[in-house]
Design a protein around this ligand. Structure first.
Ligand code: GAP
Length: 450
């Protein structure tokens, strides 16, 4: 089956919509922005929080043997020696000798690499190694003893807390530790909006297993992670697996697969599932001098667990959710609407509430209904402009349900419930709105496709 057709121009439309409607702004905008840094606005921060919560619920609530952690960004510098990042976390940097534009060597085509020419056809400088970790100093004295790194992945915070978690909870191998947080990489090339940035967020889960069961759990987590994206309402023909070849494997991995998404700029990595063996725990044992083996009380067996890691970018997931949801849809013969088909569980606003007109007590009635719903849902009240335009404003920010209060509401206590995707409208008793919307969220399936 051939890939769905994507249009690179859509990226510009998404960036523009994000700025116009308050999802994502350039960082330090009033100073002209900072390359590759972005701020999440009122709708963007809601969207990001909800994507994070969706992942957190899936990983910790649905799986009873996964616990959470929130480790510090700044860690002991020895952590990064043990992890191999000081030695190995490099990219090869090359420069166009005419324009001085920089490239990651591995991002060039094979032909460009072999002929050592840039995409513009100019000679390239010799490749040189570039460590991606950001260095800073802890305390007022800037010397090597005070040098620390901003963590380039959240995973290490989990490994160094493995013993703490085993000792303070009742978890038994196999079990997982989940964490969401910021990570920093001094990327040579940042591009495609929030896809690759120097400051980003990860959602990682490390699953500790018996060494004899690593392949079983690796397969299990691959299956679980793909199923997760289906639950999130992502179009499955835009997701695929990409296996890392032997020369692509990270220094810690025995096997690795990426989940790739078909972004408007092409297939690109969204998440990695890695079999990290006992590399991390054995290195931290060695460098810290602490015994990180696990004792299986029942089998009276002591061993160093293997780790199966699922590592997704949160900020990259937000871009994926936006790209997957975005559609410019033909309505009738002469009309086009912009709509974001977010899964209702991650939409920044769940319900828009409107009075048909402001007068005759309809605004007060709509306000009262909105106030009641606000206890359980994220709502937005809007009484400005024609009702059709109010619907379109909510479509553009992905609000899945809108409720209109009209003259009949006063008579029979029903409202119009309008669905974003199908634009279908039904009458619902006011007393049943909350139950109906909860059911709609649970059974949501995207009905429209671009
Ligand atoms: N702990 C393993 C690890 O960090 P990775 O493949 O380097 O593995 C995992 O990163 C995920 O983090 C990627 O699949 C991507 O979603 C996200 N990610 C990595 N670098 C990123 C960057 N510069 N900007 C945004 N997201 C990034």
């Amino acid at each position: 089956m051939s890939d769905p057709v994507v249009d690179p121009k859509v990226m510009d439309e998404i960036v523009s919509l994000c700025k116009r409607r308050g999802f994502i702004f350039p960082s330090s905008d009033i100073y002209g922005g900072l390359a590759s840094a972005w701020d999440y606005g009122p709708l963007g921060s809601e969207l990001k929080n909800r994507v994070q919560r969706f992942w957190w619920r899936e990983m910790t609530q649905i799986h009873e043997n996964i616990v959470g952690l929130d480790a510090s960004i700044m860690m002991h510098p020895r952590v990064w020696e043990a992890s191999g990042h000081v030695e190995n976390f490099d990219d090869l940097l090359v420069e166009d000798t005419v324009t001085n534009e920089r490239f990651r060597f591995d991002h060039l085509t094979q032909e460009q690499q072999e002929s050592m020419t840039s995409p513009a056809g100019n000679p390239l400088s010799a490749p040189r190694k570039f460590n991606l970790m950001f260095k800073t100093n802890l305390g007022p004295v800037e010397d090597t003893a005070s040098t620390i790194f901003l963590r380039p992945e959240t995973a290490q915070g989990i490994y160094v807390n493995f013993k703490n978690v085993v000792q303070t909870t009742r978890v038994k191998v196999p079990f997982g530790i989940a964490q969401v947080g910021k990570a920093f990489r001094n990327e040579i090339v940042t591009k495609n909006f929030i896809f690759r940035t120097c400051e980003f967020e990860q959602m990682e889960m490390q699953y500790f297993v018996h060494p004899s069961e690593d392949e079983k759990w690796f397969d299990y987590w691959r299956e679980q992670r793909m199923a997760y994206y289906e639950k999130l309402g992502i179009r499955m023909d835009r997701l695929r697996w990409q296996e890392h070849g032997p020369d692509e494997l990270a220094h810690y991995a025995k096997a690795a697969y990426d989940i790739e998404y078909l972004f408007p700029f092409g297939w690109s990595e969204l998440e990695g599932v890695h079999n990290r063996t006992d590399f991390d725990l054995s290195r931290h044992s060695e460098f810290s001098g602490k015994d990180l083996t696990y004792l299986d009380d029942e089998k009276k067996e002591r061993f160093l667990p293997y780790i199966v890691e699922t590592s997704a970018g949160l900020t990259r997931s937000v871009l994926m959710v936006l790209a997957d949801a975005y559609e410019k849809e033909q309505v009738g013969e002469n009309d086009v609407r912009t709509v974001l088909h977010f899964h209702p569980a991650v939409a920044p606003i769940t319900i828009g509430v409107f009075p048909l007109v402001k007068k005759d007590g309809l605004a007060d009635l709509a306000r009262e209904i909105e106030r009641d719903l606000r206890e359980d849902f994220s709502t937005f009240y809007d009484q400005g402009g024609a009702i059709g335009r109010r619907y379109r404003r909510q479509d553009e920010i992905g609000t899945p349900f809108c409720i209109t209060v009209d003259y009949d509401t006063k008579e029979d206590q029903t409202v119009t419930l309008r669905f974003r995707d199908s634009m279908e409208q039904v009458r619902v008793p006011v007393s049943e709105i909350a139950t109906r919307i909860r059911e709609e969220i649970k059974s949501y399936k995207r009905t429209s496709d671009s």
